[in-house]
Design a protein around this ligand. Structure first.
Ligand code: 8DG
Ligand code: MN
Ligand code: MN
Length: 398
C-alpha cells in the first residue's frame, strides 16, 4: 500500500479518544520538534500554547502514513498556523530553526534540567533559574532549601533519569503484589500507565490496586508501605489520601482522590529477569549527558559530593513507582484514568462533557441530564456509556 493519502480516507477526529494511536509513530521528525515547543510553552507557563503544540504532535502520531508534503495535511484538525510552519520548515530544510535555537537556549536547557529532578516543577525550576542557578552542582552547592521530595530526587537523580524497562516494571509489580497479598490475598495489582499501553520503557511504574470486597482495601496502602519499608525496599515515600495538591494545580482535570503513594523503590538488580539494566532506547539525552558530565551516570560513576549516593557497581536501582488504591466499584474508571496517555484522558473528558453532557473522572461518570452516576465494571462499558468505539490501551498513545 502506498503512503499516499486521499480525500476518501476516513476523517481524523480532533478528539484523541476517537483516534487509534499506536506506538508506531511515522512522523517522529515532526512530533519531536513539536514536543520541544510544547515543553517550552510549559516552561513559560503558557498553557494554551502548550496544549496547542501537544495536540498538533498527537494528531501527527495517529496518522497511518508519513507526512511528506504539506498536502498530506489537508483536512487534518488541530494544526495551527505555527505548527504548520514548523512542519513546512522540517519538510523543506530537515529541521526547524526555532526548535534548533530553543535547544541551545540557556533557560530552556536549565528548566529542562531542573524539572527532570523528582519533585521539581516549572515554578521551582524557574525560581532557581532567576536566582542564577544553572547546573545541578550549583544547586547542590547553594544554600537553597529543598523539600524532602527534592532531596530524594537529587540523591537518586542518576538512577531516576534512566528509563525504567518493562522487565523492571514487571518485577516491581510482582514484588508489590507479593507484599499486598500478605495482607489481602485476593487483591489485584495491575500495571497501568505507559507500560499498559505497550511502551517498552517509561519514567515510572504505575500500579493500581483493588479488592473485590469493597472496603477491604482500606488501610492497605499503609500496611504495604510499612512492610516494604521494613524489607528495605523503600528509598522515599509520600502517601497522600485526598489532599493531592500537586496535581490539583498542575492538571486539575486529572486530579483524583484515591489513596496513593509516590515512591522511590529500591529494586535489587538480581530481581530482574532480563539482563540489560543499563541500556535502553528513549534516553533523555540532555539529562543523561549531564549526569555523565558530572561523573554521576554511566558505569564508572562516582560523585565526590557528600549527598550523592556513590554508585560504583551498586546492585540496586532507584525507580519511581506510583501506587494507587481504588475501591472495586470505581476500579474500571481508575484503570481508564491511570492508563493514559495524558492527552487521551483529557480528550475523553472533553468529549464526555461536550457531546454527552457527562462528567468523567478516575472515580466515575456522571450524567448531568439524568442526574445520575453510570456504573461500569469494565473499560468497554465506559466507552459504551460515552457512545465511543472501544480503544484498547495499545491504541491510546495519543
Ligand atoms: P511514562 O511514565 O512512561 O513516562 O508515561 P505515563 O505512564 O503515560 O505517564 P504517567 O505520568 O506515569 O501518568 C500515567 C497516568 O496516570 C496519566 O494518565 C495520568 C495519571 N496520573 C498520574 N498521577 C496522577 C495523579 O496524581 N492523579 C491522577 N488523577 N492521575 C494521575 O500519573
Ligand atoms: Mn507512568
Ligand atoms: Mn505515574
Amino acid at each position: 500500500r502506498t503512503a499516499d493519502r486521499s480525500a476518501t480516507d476516513i476523517p481524523v477526529s480532533q478528539y484523541a479518544c476517537q483516534r487509534r494511536t499506536t506506538l508506531n509513530n511515522r512522523n517522529n521528525l515532526f512530533t519531536n520538534a513539536l514536543k520541544i515547543l510544547a515543553e517550552n510553552a510549559e516552561f513559560c507557563e503558557n498553557e494554551g500554547r502548550n496544549l496547542a503544540f501537544a495536540r498538533a504532535s498527537s494528531i501527527l502520531k495517529s496518522l497511518p502514513y508519513r507526512v511528506t508534503k504539506m498536502d498530506d495535511l489537508q483536512g487534518i484538525p488541530s494544526l495551527g498556523e505555527h505548527s504548520k510552519k514548523v512542519i513546512k520548515e522540517i519538510l523543506e530544510d530537515g529541521n526547524c530553526g526555532e526548535v534548533e535555537k530553543l535547544i541551545q537556549n540557556e533557560r530552556y536547557q536549565t528548566l529542562k534540567r531542573f524539572t527532570s529532578i523528582f519533585g521539581v516543577g516549572v515554578k521551582t525550576a524557574d525560581k532557581w533559574y532567576r536566582e542564577g542557578l544553572r547546573t545541578l552542582h550549583e544547586l547542590k552547592a547553594s544554600k537553597i532549601k529543598l523539600t524532602k521530595e527534592q532531596e530524594a530526587g537529587l540523591l537518586y537523580y542518576e538512577d531516576l533519569i534512566v528509563p525504567v524497562t518493562m522487565a523492571e516494571a514487571d518485577s516491581i509489580r510482582k514484588i508489590v503484589e507479593e507484599a499486598v497479598h500478605r495482607f489481602l490475598p485476593a487483591a489485584v495489582v495491575k500495571l497501568t500507565g505507559g507500560f499498559r499501553r505497550g511502551k517498552e520503557s517509561g519514567h515510572d511504574v504505575d500500579l493500581l490496586i483493588t479488592h473485590q470486597d469493597e472496603g477491604k482495601e482500606q488501610g492497605l496502602l499503609h500496611q504495604v508501605i510499612n512492610w516494604m519499608a521494613v524489607q528495605g525496599m523503600i528509598l522515599y515515600d509520600d502517601i497522600t489520601d485526598n489532599r493531592d495538591q500537586k496535581w490539583k494545580t498542575k492538571e486539575p482535570e486529572l486530579f483524583d482522590h484515591f489513596a496513593k503513594c509516590y515512591l522511590i523503590f529500591k529494586l535489587q538488580k538480581d530481581m530482574v529477569n532480563v539482563v540489560d539494566l543499563n541500556t535502553s532506547g528513549d534516553h533523555d539525552s540532555l539529562a543523561v549527558n549531564e549526569a555523565k558530565e558530572m561523573g554521576l551516570g554511566g558505569q564508572a560513576g562516582t560523585c565526590e559530593h557528600a549527598g550523592c549516593a556513590s554508585v560504583k557497581d551498586k546492585d540496586w536501582k532507584a525507580i519511581r513507582v506510583d501506587l494507587v488504591v481504588a475501591p472495586f466499584s470505581q476500579y474500571a474508571y481508575a484503570l481508564l484514568g491511570w492508563t493514559g496517555s495524558r492527552l487521551f484522558e483529557r480528550d475523553l473528558r472533553r468529549y464526555a462533557k461536550h457531546f454527552k453532557h457527562m462528567s468523567l473522572s478516575s472515580h466515575s461518570l456522571f450524567d448531568n441530564e439524568q442526574k445520575r452516576f453510570l456504573m461500569a465494571a469494565t473499560e468497554e462499558e465506559i466507552f459504551a456509556h460515552l457512545g465511543l468505539d472501544y480503544i484498547p490501551p495499545q491504541e491510546r498513545n495519543a
